[in-house]
Design a protein around this ligand. Structure first.
Ligand code: SF4
Length: 373
């Protein structure tokens, strides 16, 4: 990550981790922190599952995970993988044959805990299948499904038990000379998850998959995830993440990106800076921002836009954004371009005009990036 000497308070020093691959997506090391989600369709309904994968990818998902509970699902995976624009992780619990079938179907990664799949022979077979088909593995420890012996040892789910579980699974993979793995230690409790991830980060150099599991609905889950994942990311911990919401997978992707954007760890699309509005607003800020979010969703180029109700904060915010609009009097406001006051625009035409300005600026940034390649 580039170190910001001018604004050192923005620097986040990422933990050094090994790099692995999930298909073409690199995880760990200096790779960008990737955003994942999971489908919630019936996997054998290939058309519905693919539609969800495509929508998630369009929203920015780098990787999508799909439950593979039975043989028919493992078979369906083959068709889904063939059409998917992003690598697919097969989510397996316990059943080693499903893992082998998913690897054969082209999954880029298997989410499976090697300590939970039975005897040494089965473990060997799964690892051999992963190796033969170029799959990585995600060890996924969850506070809600810890091994019995750890619950007996610790009395209840806790960070120590979660990390011990994770390190146990890691050892199994390492004993088989398999190192293409990442690991998560998720809990629905923010404190427990954060403590477990911090301990884990000190004890392995494997890339870390972050998540607050079963975080809740869109609003509560977003807040919980932003606090839990946000703090860990700020500490430099985390190489890939999934926000778990009882909501559409597209929302999970959007929230994941917003968390990364807030910390300057990744940039995608238009970052809208807008005021909450008050009696001073020169136009309807809330309705305008809602409309602009929708009209600008197709822009993937990272850039910033300030939409501010009045001159109290408008000119200051506009100084730091690519495009800005600040409400004024008599039904019009001021447009700012590249931080500079540019021209007046009527409130009535402002939304169309701002969309045009943002599209033009996005095209300029893209052309400059291309020229620099
Ligand atoms: S910028 Fe102006 S309109 Fe917006 S909240 Fe502040 S004072 Fe109110």
């Amino acid at each position: 990550m580039a170190i910001n000497h001018v604004r050192p308070w923005r620097n986040i020093y990422r933990r050094a981790s090994r790099q692995i691959s999930v298909g073409p997506v690199r995880i760990g090391g200096d790779a960008p922190i990737s955003v994942q989600t999971m489908t919630n369709t019936i996997t054998t309904d290939v058309a519905a599952t693919l539609a969800q994968v495509q929508a998630a990818a369009e929203a920015g998902a780098d990787i999508v995970r799909i439950s593979t509970p039975d043989q028919a699902s493992a078979r369906a995976l083959k068709e889904i993988v063939a059409e998917s624009p992003v690598p697919i992780v097969a989510d397996i619990h316990f059943h080693y044959r499903r893992a082998i079938e998913a690897a054969e179907s082209g999954a880029a990664c298997l989410r499976i805990n090697p300590g939970n799949i039975g005897d040494a022979g089965r473990v060997r077979e799964v690892i051999a299948a992963a190796r033969d088909h170029g799959c990585s593995i995600r060890i996924g420890v969850n506070a809600g499904s810890l091994e019995k012996h750890l619950l007996e040892k610790y009395g209840e789910p806790c960070p120590d038990a979660m990390v011990e579980s994770g390190l146990g699974h890691i050892r199994i993979l390492q004993d088989h000379d398999f190192h293409e793995f990442k690991i998560s230690v998720k809990a629905s409790d923010v404190f427990m998850a954060a403590a477990a991830y911090q301990q884990l980060a000190e004890q392995t150099d494997a890339p870390i998959h972050l998540g607050i599991t079963e975080a809740g609905g869109l609003t509560s889950g977003t807040v919980k995830s932003a606090i839990g994942l946000g703090n860990l990311l700020w500490m430099g911990i985390g190489d890939t993440l999934r926000v778990s919401l009882s909501a559409d997978p597209v929302e999970e992707v959007k929230v994941g990106f917003e968390i990364l954007k807030s910390l300057g760890l990744r940039h995608r699309g238009v970052n809208i800076i807008s005021c909450p509005s008050c009696a001073r607003q020169g136009f309807d800020v809330i309705a305008t921002v809602e409309a602009l979010e929708e009209r600008l969703a197709h822009i993937h180029t990272p850039m910033s836009l300030s939409i501010i109700g009045c001159v109290v904060n408008g000119p200051g915010e506009a100084l730091m954004t690519d495009v800005g609009f600040t409400g004024g009097g008599a039904g019009s406001g001021m447009v700012y371009l590249a931080g500079r006051q540019s021209h007046k625009m009527s409130n009535a035409q402002m939304i169309d005009h701002i969309v045009e300005q943002v599209e033009r600026r996005a095209a300029e940034i893209e052309a400059a990036d291309k020229a620099a390649e």
